[in-house]
Design a protein around this ligand. Structure first.
Ligand code: SAM
Length: 619
């Protein structure tokens, strides 16, 4: 995908922002360059992203930042992202000749590493030089330099293994499959098991039960968030719309504080909420970290008021209606979402249940309503006088209620990263908030039989952790840690306002030593998830199990290769074994990217088994 096209196409949609800080842009780039001297690529990238975000669109600093970023990405072997950044720099109208020359060289190198270099690409590059907005003399100079560089490359690569195609091939395949699967789908529920259904009772409210036998490790649901929002300190690493971690971030040219991974995300965000949120970004950036969810709530009200209902109508109904869902509460919790997301407003019963613990939000939301009035046209279609005190009071209370409801019904999006020491351990960090239509109906248990994890940004996946019989309820654990009874109880009350009635809390906590036998997946021997520490990250262990499976398969395959004398004799059988091992990667998209070396090794072997000559481009 050529992101540069998209970036400069969308640029024309927005007015140029003049009041941006060139000094800050340069300072950030200097700092990033310093970080590169100590090889801290990840943080350098972060700073380059920030400098791109604050740079004026028509300044020379922007293509320089893209170019610098592409150099870092090339070192990190992230060729796709590197190409995208090279293209962004090249297509910038202020890109100077000296930079173009360096960029062309980098582009050639990257194309070779990606196995996409051919005579045709060379011709295209020379043609591209023709179209650049330089004098003929400058263009000739560029052509000569490019020719010299190609010659130099040819001489160095000819006899060395410097460029390894396979590494790049594996990565690209994964990345493309990834994008195709989730990237452009508007349908939020990507996959749901036929074996589950939603039912209702007084203890648990709506809950999910099984219709048929479910095996451990089965995927039950994969769903994209309806609305999600990043925490403030993550905005330079993740897409503001889909929350995917990426090095190619396109800033919104007006606020420059929201960055998107593609034009698709930018437009989607614009349609859903960013048109309202954009002028408020400065205000959001200044609010205290504990109030970060205000941006999330703003996105939600934009989303809800986009759903065809006018705000005044909603507020009126919210006060008066006798909607059937209005009295839908559970014995021990009042903040339960109505089944139909769009009738959410109708279910509020302000007089019966004033969410007291959220009363302190009053001043925050009064301020938000002020900002919405002042800087946006959010209330412009209303016939009501927006300065009327009663109206303001109603909107503020509505926002407070929304906060109460969504705090109890949202998930923290977590990202899994490989730790720096390259061990099995993974780092998980919470990067934002998200709400879902279906995943919302899984209840909590302190000894759950299913677990959720986030894959590909704000896409949640729910897997079973053990065999579940027909009619049994499926529970996930809302907390990151479990088996700390008192702490769990406290956290559930504090964060979700309910008293847990799971089988364990009702008095049946299984002895800790027996837990191991209850689960197929949850415990593993790795240091990070050591059961003895009693702080177990549930979905993390799936990773470890998977890592072990891959290691075992690889070991078997390697042993076979050593013991057999003729490769051709075993190729046919080995092919199947290798294909099965490769399949392991297909099941767990979110983490396969960390196992790229293993995948490439298998891929090479597979090519040998089916006798694809190594130099053929299989994409
Ligand atoms: C995300 S919703 C789950 C769906 C919910 N049962 C419903 O009907 O909308 C979370 C709410 O379900 C209820 N809940 C979930 N797990 C529970 C448990 N173990 N014990 C009691 N109530 C629970 C609480 O009211 C909680 O706020």
């Amino acid at each position: 995908m050529d992101i540069s096209e998209e970036f400069y196409n969308c640029k024309s949609d927005y007015t140029l922002h003049t009041n941006k800080k060139i000094k800050t842009t340069r300072k950030l780039q200097e700092l990033a360059a310093e970080l590169m001297t100590v090889n801290d690529k990840t943080n350098a990238l972060k700073l380059y992203n920030r400098s791109i975000a604050v740079s004026p669109v028509n300044a020379i600093d922007l293509p320089i930042a893209f170019a610098n970023k592409s150099a870092v990405l090339l070192e990190m072997k992230n060729y796709d992202a590197c190409m995208n950044n090279i293209n962004l720099a090249l297509k910038h109208p202020m890109c100077p000749v000296w930079l173009v020359s360096a960029l062309l060289e980098r582009k050639v190198k990257c194309l070779i590493l990606m196995s996409r270099w051919s005579e045709n690409t060379a011709k295209k590059l020379f043609k591209m030089i023709k179209r650049l907005p330089f004098t003929n003399q400058e263009k000739n100079l560029l052509k000569i330099r490019l020719n010299q560089y190609l010659l130099h490359l040819y001489n160095t690569i000819k006899n060395t293994e410097e460029i390894s195609k396979d590494n790049a091939e594996g990565f690209i395949q994964n990345y493309k499959r990834y994008k195709k699967k989730f990237g452009l789908s508007e349908n939020n529920v990507l996959c749901i098991s036929n074996n589950i259904e939603i039912v209702q009772n007084k203890t648990y409210g709506r809950h999910i039960i099984t219709k048929n036998n479910i095996n451990s490790g089965e995927l039950l649901l994969k769903e994209k968030a309806i609305i999600s929002c990043l925490y403030l300190n993550e905005v330079y690493d993740y897409c503001s719309c889909c929350q995917i971690r990426t090095h190619v971030l396109i800033p919104c040219n007006q606020c420059t504080r929201a960055l998107f991974c593609s034009k698709y995300c930018l437009i989607r965000a614009m349609e859903l909420y960013h048109h309202i949120e954009c002028p408020l970004m400065e205000y959001f950036a200044e609010i205290e970290p504990e109030d970060q969810h205000i941006q999330y709530i703003t996105r939600l009200i934009c989303f809800l008021s986009n759903q065809g209902k006018k705000l005044t109508e909603l507020i009126e109904k919210w006060r008066k209606t006798k909607d059937e869902e209005k009295n839908y509460t559970l014995d021990n919790n009042i903040y339960v979402m109505p089944r139909n997301f769009q009738t959410l407003f109708l279910s509020f019963d302000k007089y019966a249940y004033m969410p007291l613990q959220f009363a302190h939000s009053q001043s925050r939301y009064t301020q938000l309503v002020e900002k919405l009035k002042e800087k946006t046209d959010f209330f412009s279609h209303l016939s009501t006088d927006v300065n009327d005190h009663y109206f303001q009071y109603l909107v503020t209370s509505l926002l407070i209620d929304l906060e109460a409801y969504f705090k109890c019904n949202s998930f923290c999006i977590s990202d899994i990263m490989r730790s720096n020491d390259d061990s099995v351990a993974v780092i998980r960090k919470n990067v934002g908030l998200a709400c879902f239509r279906e995943a919302n109906f899984f209840n909590h248990s302190c000894v759950p039989n299913a677990a959720y994890c986030f894959e590909n940004g704000d896409t949640i996946s729910i897997y079973s952790l053990q065999k579940i019989r027909p009619g049994e309820q499926i529970f996930i654990c809302y907390l990151n840690t479990y088996y700390e009874v008192d702490k769990s109880k406290r956290d559930l009350m504090k964060n979700y306002s309910f008293q847990c009635r799971c089988v364990a809390c009702l008095g049946n906590w299984p002895p800790f030593e027996e837990l191991q036998s209850l689960y197929d997946v949850r415990f593993c021997e790795c240091e990070h998830h050591n059961a003895l520490s009693r702080r177990i990250s549930i979905s993390g262990c799936r990773y470890c199990r998977f890592k072990r499976d891959v290691a075992i398969s690889l070991k078997n395959i390697r042993e076979k290769l050593i013991s057999e004398q003729s490769f051709h004799q075993i190729a046919e059988n080995l092919k199947l074994e290798v294909a099965e091992a490769m399949d392991l990667f297909q099941n767990l998209e979110g983490i396969e990217i960390f196992l790229i070396k293993e995948y490439v090794e298998l891929y090479r072997l597979y090519c040998r088994c089916i006798e694809i000559p190594k130099n053929i481009n299989t994409k």
